[in-house]
Design a protein around this ligand. Sequence first.
Ligand code: AMP
Ligand code: GLY
Length: 422
Amino acid sequence: MNVLVLGSGGREHALCWALAASPLLTKLWCAPGNPGIAQVATCVPIGALQIPQLVAFAQENEIDLVIPGPEAPLVEGITDAMEVAGITCFGPTKAAARLEGSKSFTKEIADAAGIPTALWERFDNSAAACDFIERRGAPVVVKADGLAAGKGVVVAQTEAEAIDAVTAMMDEGVFGESGRAVVIEECLVGPEVSLFALCDGEDALLIGSAQDHKRVGDGDTGPNTGGMGAYSPVPDFPPALEQACVDQIVRPALAEMARRGTPFRGVLFAGLMLTEQGAKLIEFNVRFGDPECQVLMLRLKSDLLAAIQAACDHELKNFDLRWHDQAALAVVMAARGYPEAPERGTVIGGLDAAAAQPGVQIFHAGTAVGADGSIQAAGGRVLTVCGSGATLREAHDAAYAAIGKLVWPEGFCRRDIGKRAL
Ligand code: AMP
Ligand code: GLY
């Protein structure tokens, strides 16, 4: 098969790395890719949102399967455009990608499907939202209804904080149109986990779960980021509970989406909170997480391409997915200044020595090759340094030993990835 992956992050490097090992693969392309991806795939200088150019490229190069990494091309309709051109795309249609694009849509699906989730209400009038907050009291969660680059959620400990969030989103428009409507939710408490399933419209196959670390600083301090590290398996989330969540959260969502005439095919990412009353849905995303994907790919024993092909052929039911009996832990190396203003163009040394550490795999994200051939920082999250081992402790030690070999004073990472589980 000729396969085209879309995206340029650590997640896409991990996907390409796993796909490159498949005996079913003929040729692997990635648009636009990055210097790490270029080691396992042919990079094509087309952006992941340049839909007509991507369709033309896929036709000219006889691509059999397109695998989008990030949500943006899905929300923009890449799957629909590829299908019109007769090319299979493993991701939801634009209509099904609303599960990520709109918080209130997700909550409607959850309620219609009987999926456990926080009580909620949607407002498009700020006075009504503030009145509701005053009646309900704090703590309470205020969310911009649309996409807000992961920044549109305020977990308010006081009523004043919640009302400030409503004012900023609805009256001052800090998230533009995405915040003109808000969802206000009951505040849930408990550890959070990310669960991932391959979906074929009807069936769901668990591909794993992981613990993300969203805040930029040690001890979960500082602003939210795309994710600073991840590990899998999650001790709080044993296999029986994972499977129960697939049955009680993922499958009912698929049934409801199909009932509405917008079946969901692709990767469904359920963000869950493990409360004292059981697992509850926080959000759906319509793609793998980054850096969660990196640890899942390290643990996956089965052929990823065969599993995705089974999803595209509606044969997930018969697919027996296997994992390596080992733990994986990923630490994101970010450029100084991330998430606000990452410094670019600094040189990263020691990559070969770091990658040569036992049990280590390094995935590139925001890197570029400089004029002198050096690898340089070209984004916020720059590398994902991953360790694997028999235990989470071994995986942790491998990842941090590799980081110790990097020579990049302008880079930083969290020092406490996995600490809660160790
Ligand atoms: P979301 O963008 O919906 O994933 O929300 C971002 C983060 O806000 C989540 O990862 C949670 O940590 C937190 N959060 C969202 N909804 C709730 C809730 N109902 N109760 C407590 N925390 C929440
Ligand atoms: N790491 C969280 C995400 O990809 O959304």
